[in-house]
Design a protein around this ligand. Structure first.
Ligand SMILES: Cc1cc2nc3c(=O)[nH]c(=O)nc-3n(C[C@H](O)[C@H](O)[C@H](O)COP(=O)(O)OP(=O)(O)OC[C@H]3O[C@@H](n4cnc5c(N)ncnc54)[C@H](O)[C@@H]3O)c2cc1C
Length: 458
């Protein structure tokens, strides 16, 4: 170990830190695993530095864990004993905004919020958005194929990434800072690295496609009696106003109970309803768009599809509506230890999945507090389960219940956070043997010595 660290220090000098000089923040990501200091921390400033570091680690068969903003929830960036951490935090900055191509080029360690702000100041919108925007990096977003609040309209990181620069395990730099929508010159190798969770290469630069800004944002909270009704609202909204929906979040009854009775928010409606929807749409500049939004919600109300609704009249209203959806970020203050799931379930089986959870959770763990919520238009729900005195056995029991349910319904054990270390034992519940074999072939081809993020994904 000291040999590889000596070689790294010789090549990169003060960009390499060891022992107490490694900040505690690099000992863990947000996945909740026990903090583990890496053997060394590399803080490269350029792509050439990343290349030099990987060349040395590759020659010494030294495993490396890549770290972005460390907001990942799957333990992918969390160091294992004996690994060297490579953090992109010093490779931050926007290099270009090209209004003609509607693209932004940035270094991989740039925080997402900085990219969003730069896009906004240039008159555009960055289509990638998630709750961790202030801390997560664009490299981490690409590595996890992240997507949160507006996937319905703009897609996940994959759909927003036009070009990449990547450093391979042996230090080779591969670059395609493509800005064009169409480029069919051979394999689009960049796609391989999106969602590969740092196991195939280190992303150092990216070209992000930008979108026009929404000009007539409308926000509403709507109560519906069942998920089936929520789906009718979703499809009829899309039919009537194609392409306008930005957000379609569902929060089931248990979620709203925790938001109001435990987190202290005021009730959203006088009565309790099975599902509360947070809907946002870009209805355009024309005042007729605003009218069309409220008109359609009124029509849904008259047809008994919506039981109650409030439409935001100000930014303060909008923040108030979003506060319900954002209560899970506060659960640590109010609830015992949680297990959090980000799964997807085909929409035609979603109601059945929730009914099954409602039946099984109280039966197996009577004191469990559980909530179901999420980006349902993307088939993606989050299930958070908090149980006092959570033992490893209870944790495994809850994981087994949720993952068996999801895989039995043809869903996915990870809709957005990735597999990392935490979900690796369950990957075969969502992928077939030939798929796993293909993934292993890709890993072997790109990282034959297995130095990049070992033990993550595969
Ligand atoms: C409050 C909160 C809300 C969240 N909401 C969402 C959401 O709505 N949707 C969603 O998808 N995720 C969400 N996440 C999860 C997380 O924010 C995303 O996975 C994010 O993309 C991770 O970015 P990061 O820079 O923090 O990466 P890290 O946590 O540092 O790393 C994540 C993975 O990517 C790899 N990696 C990081 N940078 C690079 C790079 N430059 N090259 C190669 N590999 C790299 C790491 O090795 C690791 O495997 C949320 C997390 C939190 C804490």
């Amino acid at each position: 170990m000291s040999e590889v660290i000596d070689a790294l220090v010789n090549a990169l000098g003060s960009q390499v830190r060891i022992g107490p000089d490694i900040p505690a923040r690099n000992h863990a990501d947000a996945g909740g695993l026990a903090p583990t200091p890496p053997s060394a921390l590399i803080l490269p400033q350029t792509t050439e530095d990343v290349s030099a570091a990987l060349r040395i680690c590759h020659a010494h068969r030294q495993s490396v864990v890549t770290q972005g903003g460390l907001t990942g929830l799957a333990g992918g960036a969390h160091p294992q004993a004996g690994e060297i951490a490579l953090s992109l935090e010093r490779m931050s900055g926007i290099e270009e905004i090209d209004p003609a191509s509607a693209t932004l080029t940035a270094l991989a360690g740039t925080p997402l919020a900085m990219i969003q702000q730069a896009a906004d100041e240039a008159g555009f919108l960055c289509g990638i958005d998630l709750g961790a925007r202030g801390t997560c990096t664009i490299g981490g977003n690409i590595a996890t194929n992240a997507g949160g609040n507006q996937v319905l309209r703009y897609g996940m990181a994959r759909r927003n990434t036009l070009g990449l620069e990547v450093v391979l395990a042996d230090g080779t730099v591969v670059r395609s800072l493509n800005k064009m929508l169409k480029n069919n010159a051979g394999y689009d190798w960049t796609q391989l690295f999106i969602g590969s969770e740092g196991t195939l290469g280190v992303v150092t630069r990216a070209v992000i496609g930008l979108h026009p800004k929404p000009l007539g944002l409308q926000t509403a909270l709507c109560a519906v009696a069942s998920f089936e009704d929520a789906l009718v609202v979703l499809r009829q909204f899309q039919q009537k106003h194609p392409g306008r929906l930005l957000v379609f979040e569902a929060m089931w009854r248990e979620f709203m109970t925790v938001a109001t009775q435990i987190c202290g928010l005021p009730p959203a409606f006088e009565d309790e309803h099975d599902v509360t929807l947070l809907i946002e749409a870009d209805m355009g500049e024309d005042p007729e768009g605003t009218d069309a939004f409220s008109l359609l919600l009124s029509e849904f109300y008259e047809r008994n599809l919506i039981k109650d609704a409030v439409i935001a009249q100000s930014r303060a209203d909008r923040n108030r509506f979003w506060a319900y959806r954002e209560t899970p970020y506060e659960y640590g203050r109010f609830l015992p230890e949680e297990i959090r799931f980000d799964v997807s379930v085909p929409l035609d089986r979603m109601a059945e999945a929730v009914a099954h959870l409602r039946q099984e959770m109280p039966k197996q763990w009577p004191d469990a507090v559980y909530v179901v919520f999420g980006h349902v238009a993307d088939s993606n729900i989050h299930i958070n389960v908090a149980i006092s005195d959570m033992s490893d056995d209870i944790k495994k029991g809850v994981q087994s219940l949720v993952y068996s349910l999801v895989s039995g319904m043809g869903g996915s054990i990870s809709a957005e956070h990735g597999i990392g270390r935490i979900k690796r034992p369950y990957l075969s519940m969502s992928r077939t043997e030939p798929e796993l074999a293909l993934m292993a072939t890709m890993k072997q081809a790109l990282d034959p010595a297995g130095i990049l993020n070992p033990g993550r994904v595969l």
